[in-house]
Design a protein around this ligand. Sequence first.
Ligand code: SAM
Length: 249
Amino acid sequence: AGTLYIVPTPIGNLGDLSPRAQETLANVAAIAAEDTRHSRKLLQQFAINNEVFALHEHNERERAQAVIERLQGGDSLALISDAGTPLISDPGYVLVQQCREQGIRVVALPGPCAITTALSGAGLPTDRFTFEGFLPAKPQQRRKTLSELVAEPRTMVFYESPHRILATLSDLEEVLGAERKLVLARELTKQFETYLSGSIAEVAAQVNADSNQQRGEFVLMLAGAPVTEQAGDTQAALRTVTLLREHMP
Ligand code: SAM
């Protein structure tokens, strides 16, 4: 049987398509892409003219079996998305899950991803973080999701679109308060790459004041809730009680 290669593509800078990714894409029998027109343009820049077929969120479930049969028939295939790493807020999960279930070899290549790029340049703690994907589009659900994250101690990473950036910043301020630290990474690896960093209120004010800062693609990173000394003290007290109990007759 063939192998399914998961191949990350650039999130803005063509130089980020690795030599290994180029070689893999050139050597597979066909490439499954989210948007075939978009991806053919990318592939042409690397003189890769392989067959490209569509695998997107609307047809992934129905196409997966046909793709698996092709892999079982001996063809190796690659999966790419419009940008970055497939399966990360992009299609591919259904296909990879089914390949794993049916014993088909899956090889994932490392490469561009907005999460890791944004985090590594942000200056927020990265020892632990949680990826929250896109917040819900509806204001009420968005606020509910945010309210459930108020006490989250890890750095939180969100993807956001230009249509909702102002609404999301305003909801963040309302639900988490003005003071929490926020880093907004925009247009990563592109000409107008920007990091805005400060309190939620400061970053929101900067974005509101400058329409250029409302354009493009965003990764929003929120500092985790401070583990307060009081909470720390309570935890220490509880541990002491537990220890004492263990040692009591
Ligand atoms: N699979 C992609 C990845 O590995 O990052 C993410 C795909 S998701 C549909 C698209 C979102 O990723 C955008 O709305 C934005 O939040 C984020 N994103 C992608 N490229 C970006 C870039 N160059 N700068 C900032 N954010 C980016």
